[in-house]
Design a protein around this ligand. Structure first.
Ligand SMILES: [Zn+2]
Length: 359
């Protein structure tokens, strides 16, 4: 059934430069109720999640490793919707230090069928099939070359890893899986709470990563991925008839009012003019992003958690729409989308966004 959604999305993509899906739109009363609720939350000391959070990482993970773990799941779950922008991957993050074994830092790999062992953060890779993996950069190069070739040929590989506190090597057979071939970028030289998609990569600023939980970041990754899948960047450029400005759209999901804008994005905005997605594209990215989050096995309720945190950061955004619809509307729409997803699951319908009927 996933394949049908993929084909539908691609078929409708080329038709016009508008939206593709029948995204949720809450009525005025629901938006007003949500605004009152967000007012309370923005004044409360702590925000407690209304769902059971899923923790994918801990303090050992660098921001890049954490993003690989979280967005990696999103890029894999959405593979059927990414058209020809897919590639096979072992989803393995590794790091090598000088003269030290190559160490696993994002253990998001998929086990081959029947495999009982698993890989863990910190495992040191000793062998891949019959090839021994050396230390440092040469070892890393050998490993990357073996992984890349096997992924391309869709062949499983057997890793032998040394785990702290375990005397014998552990053998784990891994299977490459298709994932959307968009890159991940952590922006660490800015104070802004922001994430954006440029048609090629998904970008997340460090302050945003520090504000959000793992599943909230997963939803943001799903939102940004939806912008790329639905080609909102090129559609915006077409709609605005502004060629030559480059492919970057600043997607201020947190409304950066009140935070330092002297960082990288401020400079980009000043020098090339900031283009913004239409609010309909934002509604659509929230809608499709929640479906992708659920398909990745993570709670789509995290969308509401993100909006609550943004409302606390910037209470004015509860009612004031800027680059995105006002937070009250986003939260009310998210509740409709959540109900739609749960209803489809309860009645055994395929878990895919509703498509806009042809005009
Ligand atoms: Zn957006």
């Amino acid at each position: 059934m996933r394949q049908i959604f993929a084909i539908l999305l691609i078929a409708t993509l080329t038709a016009c430069a508008g939206t593709t899906t029948q995204y949720s739109r809450a009525d005025q009363q629901s938006v007003a109720d949500e605004a009152a609720r967000l007012d309370k939350i923005s004044k409360a000391g702590n925000i407690s999640a209304s769902y059971t959070p899923v923790k994918l990482t801990d303090s050992r993970y660098t921001p890049e490793d954490r993003m690989a773990m979280i967005a990696g799941r999103i890029l894999t779950a959405a593979a059927p919707y990414c058209g020809n922008r897919i590639e096979n991957s072992f989803l393995l993050g590794v790091r090598s230090y000088q003269n030290a074994p190559v160490t696993i830092t994002s253990p998001l790999a998929v086990k081959a069928s029947g495999e009982k062992n698993d890989i863990q953060y910190g495992d040191e890779i000793q062998m891949v099939d019959t090839t021994s993996i050396g230390n440092g950069t040469p070892g890393l190069q050998t490993l990357v070359s073996l992984l890349t070739t096997a992924a391309k040929n869709n062949k499983p590989l057997t890793l032998q890893v040394q785990r702290k506190g375990v005397s014998n090597l552990i053998r784990v057979r891994l299977q490459p899986v298709p994932r959307c071939s968009f890159g991940l970028v952590v922006e660490n030289n800015t104070q802004e709470l922001n994430a954006y998609a440029d048609g090629k990569d998904l970008h997340f600023t460090l302050p945003l990563m520090n504000l959000l939980s793992d599943d909230e970041l997963a939803f943001v990754a799903g939102h940004e991925l939806a912008h790329n899948i639905l080609e909102h960047v090129s559609k915006t450029q077409n709609n605005a008839a502004v060629g030559g400005l480059g492919g970057t759209l600043i997607d201020l999901i947190a409304n950066s009012q009140g935070v330092n804008t002297g960082g990288k994005f401020g400079n980009i905005g000043a020098s090339m003019g900031v283009m913004k997605y239409s609010q309909d594209f934002e509604r659509e990215a929230d809608y499709v992003g929640m479906y992708i989050t659920e398909l990745a096995g993570l709670p789509p309720e995290a969308a509401i958690g993100v909006i609550e945190k943004f409302s606390k950061q910037n209470p004015e955004s509860i009612r004031y729409a800027s680059t995105h619809p006002a937070n009250a509307e986003r939260a009310a729409n998210a509740r409709l989308t959540l109900a739609e997803i749960r209803q489809k699951q309860a009645t055994g319908q395929p878990l895919q966004p509703n498509m806009r009927p042809p005009e």
